[in-house]
Structure formats: structure tokens, C-alpha cells
Design a protein around this ligand. Structure first.
Ligand SMILES: *Cc1c(COP(=O)(O)O)cnc(C)c1O
Length: 379
């Protein structure tokens, strides 16, 4: 169904067309070209501390990140359960086993306490985890101080899935720069897009050089094609990078707009009982990629699904929160440390339209419909 009001629509009102034309005129549409270099430079400049390798998706960045951290057959990797499947799928690609960890209530991301429980349990079984995948869900930074402290204590590397958190900060540091490696996604409905794309970021130039090499089929620098390792075809192309560079130019504006949209929802829904938000704490500044709310059905008299259907009938797209991976049929039987936190979030939450160019009038309309639903429940 085509919705007049989308969950998270891309906007192209900058230099996208100009740069695409330039890329075509340059003759470089594939994995070489000025826009790939510019794209990487701009991401590095944004973080100030890190460098980037441009890849063709966030999923390939996660996969390469795990390869670089040495994840292989028979290993175990701890992964936040409350996330999109792409955070965990590369663990399976590598013949390793995920161990899922539940969220805490404050940020909805990986619980540091449960992370330590999981590590201690696996060490007791002689299976020290090879890596930890932590996610900044919907743009909200996880409790990175606590998580990094535990990871350092047990000397386990951290891969930061910041696919949804481009532009989010924690203690003034950009998400993706606090772990050993960070991942961004520039897929179609993320805060900015390159059509499809991703990046692996690090302050370790050696690791990034290796990532770039592996992303281009591990081709040796020789006049003929010679390979010492199995590589991947994961490099970003110059055409995507052209779009990505133009989008990076308006990242700050996109972050400001989405934060404003979040503020507006908070104000407009402030007097509604039974509605709660995902909140920043004193250390965190979410990009608010998506504004998400929790609905306490016992108070509101309607469920997240009833609201989804009501808004859908009015041409408004919403989405459930991610279904935790430990509840996914495909991951049945995988070990899980935790209780009902992510399950409850999934069962009561809904993502509201959060496109960068969503207007205040559209937001008012959405909130009116939520009020109608509430009024109906109390008739
Ligand atoms: C989108 C997303 C990814 C994957 O990125 P793609 O570019 O779509 O491959 C990974 N993790 C999370 C949390 C995401 O939201």
C-alpha cells in the first residue's frame, strides 16, 4: 500500500542530481571514483576521530567487521536481541553461534548486567565470546560506558551497530566510534541514504585497509588477478556514493528535523495517559531516526495494532518495533539471557511517522487520530 504519510521517506532536495550527473560524466560508476573518496572523507570528518570504508550495505559492514574481529566457525558472539535481523545474520554466515541478550528499560538497548551474566556463563562453559554486537536502536545510544567497561574487563571486542544512529551522540562522541569497530547503514529509509550502502568505521587504519581489501575480492596489488584470501564484493559504488555525499551534506539538518519531530510528538501527546516514549538520558543525544511510543493498553483501551490499523486506514504508515531475535522462528533454540523487557517493548510499541520533511500539520493530524482512538475507548 502506498501511504501518503510514510514512516521514514528519503528526501532529495540537495546536490543529489548534480552529483549523479557528475559521476556519470566521470565514467566511474563502479567501485572507484571521487565520490567514494569524498564519502569516506566526510564520514571521517563528521566523527573527527575515525576513518571510514564505504560499503554496499550495513549488513556487509557488519559481516566484514566480524571477519576482522576474527569471528569464525564454532565461535560464539553475543548480540543484542532487540534489533533487526541484520545485526545477527553475519554471525550465522561465519558459522558462529549468536548468544542473545535482553535490553534494559532506560534506553531499550543491551542490558550491561545481562551482558556480564552472559559472558560469565559462557566462560564457565569454556566458551569465551569472540565479540559483542551492541545496537543503538531507533537512534538511541546504548549504555556504552557500562558496556565498554565490561567488554574491556573480559577483553572482548565490541562491534557497534550504529546503522540507525548516524548522527547520534553519547557523551559528545558519535555512535559508532566507541566500540572497536562501528557500522553505519545508508539504506533507503534510514536517516540519510545512498540508495543502498553502509560504512565500517574505526580509528585503526590497519583494520580499515584490510576491510577495503576484503571488500574488493581480496585482490592483490599486482598487474594480474591474484588472491591469497577469500574476499567479498562489498564495496560501495560511485553512483551510490554520489547520492551519499549529497545526503551527508544535509545530515545535520535531518538530525535537527527528526529531533524537532520527536519534541513535537512529546508535546502533542503530553496529556495522553498510557503513552510513553524512548528517552535520552543525561549522556545521550539520539538522532531520533524514528519516534517510537509504548501504549499501555490497560490505560488507553487500545493496542498498538489497533492504532496501526486506524492510522493505516487514514493513509499513515507506522511499524511495530523490532521483534526480538530470541522470539524469531529462525533463531529458535538459540541461547538467550534476559526476561521480558524487549518482548514487552515489542508487544506494546509502535513507530510513528518520522520522515525528515514531516510537517507539523501532518503530526497534528496523526495525534488527532490517536486522540480519537482514546476517546472511542472511553465512550
Ligand atoms: C538497517 C539496519 C541494518 C542493516 O543495514 P542495511 O544497510 O539495510 O544492510 C543493520 N542493523 C540495524 C539495526 C538496522 O536497522
Amino acid at each position: 500500500m502506498a501511504y501518503p504519510i510514510k514512516l521514514s521517506a528519503p528526501i532529495f532536495k540537495g546536490n543529489e542530481s548534480t552529483y549523479i550527473q557528475k559521476a556519470i560524466q566521470s565514467g566511474n560508476l563502479a567501485t572507484f571514483g571521487e565520490f567514494i573518496d569524498q564519502f569516506e572523507y566526510k564520514i571521517g570528518a563528521l566523527t573527527k576521530t575515525h576513518q571510514a570504508v564505504a560499503l554496499n550495505s550495513g549488513t556487509s559492514a557488519l559481516h566484514l567487521g566480524m571477519v576482522l574481529l576474527g569471528v569464525g566457525r564454532g565461535d560464539e558472539v553475543i548480540c543484542q536481541s532487540f534489533t533487526f535481523c541484520a545485526s545477527a545474520n553475519p554471525i550465522i554466515y561465519l558459522g558462529a553461534t549468536p548468544i542473545f541478550v535482553d535490553s534494559e528499560r532506560d534506553t531499550w538497548n543491551m542490558s550491561p548486567e545481562l551482558l556480564e551474566d552472559a559472558i560469565l556463563n559462557r566462560i564457565a562453559y569454556g566458551k569465551k565470546p569472540k565479540a559483542i554486537v551492541v545496537v543503538h536502536l531507533f537512534g538511541m545510544p546504548a549504555k556504552m560506558n557500562e558496556i565498554m567497561e565490561i567488554a574491556r574487563k573480559y577483553n572482548i571486542p565490541v562491534l557497534e551497530d550504529a546503522a540507525e544512529a548516524v548522527g547520534s551522540q553519547y557523551e559528545g562522541k558519535y555512535c559508532g566510534t566507541m566500540g572497536d569497530l562501528g557500522v553505519y547503514s545508508f539504506n533507503g529509509n534510514k536517516i540519510i541514504t545512498s540508495g543502498g550502502g553502509g560504512a565500517l568505521i574505526s580509528n585503526n587504519a590497519f583494520l580499515l585497509q584490510k576491510a577495503q581489501y576484503l571488500s574488493m575480492q581480496a585482490r592483490e596489488d599486482l598487474p594480474y588477478y591474484q588472491h591469497l584470501e577469500i574476499g567479498f564484493n562489498y564495496r560501495m559504488n560511485n553512483l551510490s556514493a554520489a547520492v551519499g555525499v549529497a545526503q551527508l551534506e544535509m545530515l545535520q539538518e535531518a538530525v535537527e528535523n527528526r529531533r524537532q519531530i520527536n519534541q513535537n510528538y512529546r508535546k502533542l501527546l503530553a496529556n495522553m495517559p498510557g503513552i510513553a516514549f524512548q528517552n535520552n538520558n543525561e549522556l545521550s543525544a539520539s538522532n531520533f531516526w524514528l519516534t517510537t511510543i509504548l501504549i499501555d493498553e490497560k490505560v488507553t483501551g487500545f493496542s498498538n495494532d489497533q492504532l496501526r490499523i486506524k492510522l493505516m486506514k487514514n493513509g499513515i504508515e507506522t511499524r511495530f518495533l523490532w521483534k526480538p531475535l530470541h522470539m524469531q522462528p529462525v533463531f529458535r533454540g538459540i541461547q538467550f539471557f534476559g526476561g521480558n523487557v524487549s518482548k514487552n517493548l515489542f508487544q506494546s510499541g509502535i513507530c510513528l511517522p518520522s520522515s525528515t520533511d514531516l510537517t507539523f500539520e501532518q503530526q497534528t493530524r496523526i495525534v488527532e487520530l490517536i486522540h480519537d482512538e482514546l476517546a472511542k475507548s472511553f465512550k
